[in-house]
Design a protein around this ligand. Structure first.
Ligand code: UDP
Ligand code: MG
Length: 317
């Protein structure tokens, strides 16, 4: 079996060597052949220089892709998957939060269990604040209720997949990529194993609450049109209630004459309906924007440099 490690890197200059060494240490003499596909996602530090040095000195098979700018982790994953040659492919972060030894365990599991196509790791206990944990839990509840596919609580991108699943993922050419949804959407048999995320080896996480919120919204818009349907229902409900109220107003007018005080009712109605309309338009806008983005068919990533693996006896130049 040949195992590819796909490693997205954005400003990970202090981590890539440690990551490379950790993978090499785990894989040495394990019986699998392997390669590492580092994707430099437009880093602003010297990540690429370090990767280039790694590529030059490494006896192992190291492939390096350098993007023309920062395209985001999702694009880096796609690029890595398209350049990986293994029958099994592991997605793993560059910051050593996810132990490479577990990747080997995943590969062994797939080697022994033909029925499974993927082993994914999920975090049993998260190293994060209660507020963030709560928000994430609520997101999973919400998205699972709205979509037909299942999003597994705490499951990360850290996983090992068989070639057929990788090809299925690559066949989904959408520009707006939400991997968690894509992994579930393609189906295949996934085995989940728990893991404990380590502290970051060096550097800082690229996520903050606002980015996570946008990411969650992207996930919902990418995988369900339920919000559109809900606005339609809300519109229908409001129309129905308005009709009842109209009848009340007409009856009042006919039998009791014009009731002058009514400013509060009017103000409330205008504000409520105006708000509802803007909200519905916002939801429509989100879907329209996504459709607009996809309709341009822009590439998912652009590479500036690709360093192919050296043959074991090839000299560095
Ligand atoms: N990453 C990337 N492009 C980005 C942001 C992140 O390739 O625009 C990579 C990053 O280098 C790391 C992985 O994605 O290898 C996970 O990022 P991070 O550690 O910031 O996320 P966290 O572990 O905090 O969820
Ligand atoms: Mg991390």
């Amino acid at each position: 079996m040949h195992l590819s490690f796909v490693i997205p890197c954005y400003n990970e200059s202090e981590n890539v060597e440690a990551m490379h060494d950790a993978v090499a240490a785990v894989m040495e003499g394990c019986g699998f052949s392997y390669e590492m596909v580092f994707v430099d996602d437009g880093s602003r530090d010297d990540t690429f220089a370090r990767l280039k040095a790694l590529h030059a000195r490494s006896r192992q098979y190291v492939r390096v892709l350098r993007f023309s700018r920062n395209f985001g982790k999702e694009s880096a994953i796609y690029a890595g998957l398209s350049h990986a040659k293994g029958e099994l492919v592991t997605l793993i972060d560059a910051d050593l939060q996810q132990p490479p030894a577990l990747a080997l365990e995943m590969a062994r599991f797939l080697d022994e269990n033909e029925d499974y196509d993927c082993v994914a790791a999920f975090q049993e206990r998260r190293l994060e604040s209660r507020r963030l944990s709560f928000l994430k839990k609520s997101f999973y509840k919400l998205i699972n209720r709205m979509t037909e596919i299942e999003f597994v609580q705490g499951a990360s991108d850290f996983r090992t997949m068989r070639r057929r699943m990788v090809d299925a993922i690559l066949s989904m050419g959408e520009t707006n990529r939400f991997s968690k949804g894509i992994f579930s959407w393609v189906g295949f048999c996934t085995h989940y194993i728990p893991y404990r995320a380590e502290d970051r080896h060096a550097g800082a996480s690229k996520w903050n609450t606002w980015k996570l919120f946008k990411y969650a919204l992207d996930g919902i818009v990418s995988f369900t049109t339920m919000p559109l349907r809900l606005t339609a229902f809300a519109g229908l409900g409001t129309a129905f209630v308005s009709l009842l109220y109209t009848i009340v107003v007409v009856i009042k007018k006919l039998f009791f004459g014009i009731d002058v005080p009514g400013y509060a009712t009017l103000a409330v109605l205008i504000l409520l309906l105006g708000g509802l309309q803007l909200f519905a338009m916002g939801i429509l806008g989100e879907y329209l924007a996504k459709t607009y983005g996809e309709s341009k068919c822009r590439p998912i990533y652009l590479t500036r440099t690709v360093l192919e693996p050296r043959e074991p006896d090839q000299k560095t130049n």
